[in-house]
Design a protein around this ligand. Sequence first.
Ligand SMILES: [Zn+2]
Ligand SMILES: [Zn+2]
Ligand SMILES: [Zn+2]
Ligand SMILES: [Zn+2]
Length: 108
Amino acid sequence: MADYKHPCMYCERFIPADSRICPYCGSHDPFVRRCPKCRNPVEADYARCPGCGFLLRVICPYCGQETFTGNQCDHCKGRLTVRCSNPKCGYEQYPASEKCIKCNKPLR
Ligand SMILES: [Zn+2]
Ligand SMILES: [Zn+2]
Ligand SMILES: [Zn+2]
Ligand SMILES: [Zn+2]
């Protein structure tokens, strides 16, 4: 059903169930958590990604609490992402590696 809505797991506002990006907060994959490195679906309480072994817990630089390595802190909602500096790309992502996951250029 086209008008069926689900809550975005980041901002908790209701958005269309087929959304790939939340229209309110701009988060990618608003219904499933993914490893920021290999994009495997993961659970919020995993310590590491079962696909690539990437550490999925990080200390939030804003509130100092441990959170998932996603787009934002689970506690204070502080943004954990960086924007790709390639002007043609500009993809916002968690800095899981030195390179942009979209265009493969160095992030900084
Ligand atoms: Zn949202
Ligand atoms: Zn992974
Ligand atoms: Zn925080
Ligand atoms: Zn990029």
